[in-house]
Write a protein that binds this ligand. Structure first.
Ligand code: OSB
Ligand code: MG
Length: 377
């Protein structure tokens, strides 16, 4: 596959409702989309960075810079036999996993189309539908949270994740558990605590949570290992895990019992599969995390969720929970039993609404491969 054309664009999309985490409130999304043409076939990828460096160190603008000045120049005109080989020209670019993933994943989509298979099949996935959960932002009161939970459970979602932060934790989880004694329930702190909060976090054990996600600092594996010794509740790492080496270190040191894989955070499908495989070898279940993606990122998440060790419901939910109108057709829908059907058509399995994307685009830039001209002497 020869990488012939790369188009990077920034689109602006407004979430239906503000989403609050321990690091802030998001509503206006500035999303980078990558369209890549290989051997005449176009694939799409999404950069899943936030607008500010609050989840990890990347932002929409750092990703624009890294793709423009390093990633696109390194890969344009290159020929590879599989998207897994894209790691080689990118080896000199440290970090910036989300920027790299946007480009790599676009090539995965193109490769699946060139081979005439669904992306899920190309990745080695076999699930026909994937189980879904929802991630609920921090709310004003426990009562309003419970009302929202009821709505999502009625829609069929199999697991509810509650965002927490100091001062907005125990009361919320306690009421949620009282109202829904049998629901699969988890919490996500997005690094809002430190090890000195261990006694406080220990109080969560009584609520029979499926997991507590990333309670401690974003880059801190060792302290999570100390905390996991104290807690009965399984720790799930999110922010800490950016590659398979980190996953192995976290598992071997006992820092977590579950890992959430985000395609952007780990640098794309190839790395995601490596993290998945390390976890599988160690008997650690994984699930697919979300970053408030548009339909393109969501479609990639669905494909990744078909891998065999993705055994827990992910933060992969219906388009209409996020957007008035998504940029793909059909939109992602969730069945009454809380599952998404995996597309059977080639590539991502959804069509990008090009005219709508054009309308949402605020800036774009393209790179074209130079034709190799035979020179006569
Ligand atoms: O930590 O999982 C997270 C959203 C933005 C940044 C970080 C996270 C999240 C979510 C939302 O939990 C998941 C989703 O619905 O896309
Ligand atoms: Mg998280």
């Amino acid at each position: 596959m020869k990488i012939e054309l790369i188009t990077l664009r920034e689109v602006h999309m407004r979430l239906k409702a503000p989403f609050e985490t321990s690091f802030g409130v998001t509503q206006e999304r500035r999303i980078l989309l990558v369209e890549l043409i290989a051997d005449g076939v176009g694939g799409w990828g999404e950069v899943t960075s936030m607008e500010s460096p609050s989840f990890n160190s990347e932002t929409t603008d750092t990703a624009w810079h890294i793709i423009s000045d390093y990633v696109a120049p390194a890969v344009i005109g290159k020929s590879v036999t599989s998207a897994t080989e894209l790691a080689t020209p990118l080896v000199g670019i440290r970090g910036h996993e989300m920027a790299k993933a946007g480009v790599e994943n676009a090539l995965w989509d193109a490769e699946a189309q060139l081979k005439g298979v669904p992306l899920a099949t190309l990745l080695g996935g076999s699930r026909e539908e994937v189980p879904c959960g929802v991630s609920l932002g921090i709310r004003e009161t426990p009562e309003s949270l419970v009302k929202k939970m009821e709505e999502e459970l009625n829609a069929g979602y199999q697991r509810i994740k509650l965002k927490i932060k100091p001062g907005k934790d125990l009361d919320f989880v306690a009421l949620a558990r009282t109202e829904f004694p049998d629901t699969l329930l988890s919490v996500d702190a997005n690094s809002a605590y430190d090890l000195s909060d261990a006694d406080h976090l220990k109080k969560l054990d009584e609520f029979r949570l499926l997991m507590i996600e990333q309670p401690l600092q974003w880059d801190e594996i060792h302290a999570h290992a100390k905390l996991q010794k104290i807690l009965d509740t399984p720790i799930c790492l999110d922010e800490c895990i950016t590659n398979a080496r980190h996953a192995k270190a976290a598992i071997e040191t006992g820092a977590c019992r579950i890992i959430n894989i985000k395609l952007g955070r780990v640098g794309g499908h190839a790395s995601a599969r490596q993290v998945h495989d390390v976890c599988r070898q160690h008997g650690v279940p994984v699930w697919c995390g979300g970053m408030l993606e548009s339909g393109i990122g969501r479609a990639h998440n669905i494909a990744m969720s078909t891998l065999p060790n993705v055994t827990l419901p992910g933060d992969v939910s219906a388009s209409q929970r996020y957007w008035e109108e998504d940029i793909i057709e059909p939109e992602v829908e969730v069945s009454p039993r809380g599952t998404i059907a995996v597309p059977r058509t080639q590539g991502l399995g959804f069509t990008v609404k090009r005219t709508y994307v054009e309308r949402l685009t605020r800036r774009s830039r393209s790179w074209k491969a130079k034709h190799s001209v035979a020179v006569q002497v």
